[in-house]
Design a protein around this ligand. Structure first.
Ligand code: ASP
Length: 327
């Protein structure tokens, strides 16, 4: 009975909300639309296979009294510190000149954001991104400035190039002719969204970017609106995959805006990917995956191609899912 009433109210508000959308065709709606009933909170969703461990770390943080911001930072840190993970933090594959350069960003429910790009020798760029957010008047710090800030904040320097990644770089140099290659293989990111019991959403995104990229290349992951976006009135989204394509279409921001206009998280991810595909003739040659979480704890993901997985922690479970895909 209660549920019926809630559905009825949802339908009613959907009807009202579409009126300004029709009359102000191109204006974004200010009022988020209820899309589905509320889930039990917290809910955490994270990209790729490392997501299970990440979700556990985030849940443990929440249990010990952390906010969703604390949880997403703590959640992605194990992947940054895992030398066997060759796409995030230490052990990340280097650029074509042999340097491991990291990108990360973080955003909270109040719209605060921090980001570091092209930072070297720092084990936890996500924590530096948080310090940028909390301790500076800026949103982004880059390269030597980001490294210098981290050191001033007490972060130690660490050699991030592991034996294995150096070996892979040596192999790559034998055949690559020093040309970065766009494919579905040579990159990954850990991106996490969490909503805590208070209904506050935060997100984190951290990566070593595309393997063997040009020195100085920055992808989507540290760019607010591209790799990550959170608007607590609506929800959040995180992207992974070919950063250049995500940057051109501001995929995370777009996903959140689609949710604002009434789409479910999964449908919003799909619609953002349809836009991305429409703008890239070669969209069959690369991968992009998106995950999204709305303010009621509903979540979903979608990908350009098959094989994109994410981990979802809700209702006392922490499970892997493979996203549906456009291709
Ligand atoms: N989006 C990241 C980048 O382009 C890599 C990835 O997620 O696969 O740097």
């Amino acid at each position: 009975m209660k549920n019926n009433r809630r559905n009825f109210i949802s339908k009613l508000s959907l009807g009202i909300a579409t009126i300004p959308a029709l009359s102000l065709a191109s204006c974004a709606q200010e009022t988020p639309v209820e899309t589905a009933p509320k889930k039990a909170l917290p809910v955490i969703i994270t990209t790729w296979d490392a997501g299970i461990v990440a979700n556990e770390a985030a849940l443990a943080n929440l249990k010990s009294g952390g906010t969703s911001l604390d949880a997403v930072e703590a959640g992605v840190m194990p992947a940054e510190a895992d030398a066997a993970n060759q796409y995030v933090g230490i052990g990340g594959k280097p650029d074509r000149d042999g340097y491991v350069t990291l990108d990360a960003c973080i955003m909270d429910w109040e719209g605060n954001a921090g980001s570091v790009c092209f930072v070297q020798d720092i084990l936890h760029p996500i924590s530096v991104a948080r310090r940028v957010m909390e301790k500076t008047p800026h949103v982004m710090l880059v390269g030597t400035g980001a490294r210098q800030f981290a050191i001033e904040e007490g972060f130690e320097t660490t050699d991030l190039l592991t034996e294995q990644s150096k070996k892979d770089w040596d192999e790559w140099r034998k055949t690559s002719e020093y040309k970065p290659v766009i494919n579905t293989e040579n990159h990954d990111t850990i991106g996490m969204l969490a909503i805590d019991e208070k209904g506050n959403i935060s997100g984190a995104c951290t990566t070593s970017g595309m393997a063997f990229k040009m020195h100085g290349r920055v992808g989507d992951s540290p760019i607010i609106g591209a790799g990550l976006f959170v608007d607590n009135e609506v929800g959040g989204a995180v992207a992974t995959g070919l950063g250049e394509a995500v940057l051109r279409t501001l995929t995370s921001f777009l996903t959140v805006e689609f949710m604002r206009n009434g789409m479910s998280p999964k449908d919003a991810c799909k619609a953002a990917l349809e836009r991305l595909a429409a703008k890239h003739k070669n969209f069959k040659d690369f991968q992009v995956g998106i995950i999204a979480l709305d303010k009621n704890g509903n979540s979903g993901g979608y990908a350009l191609q098959g094989g994109f997985t994410f981990a979802l922690a809700e209702d006392g479970k922490n499970e892997m899912f493979e996203a549906e895909s456009l291709i």
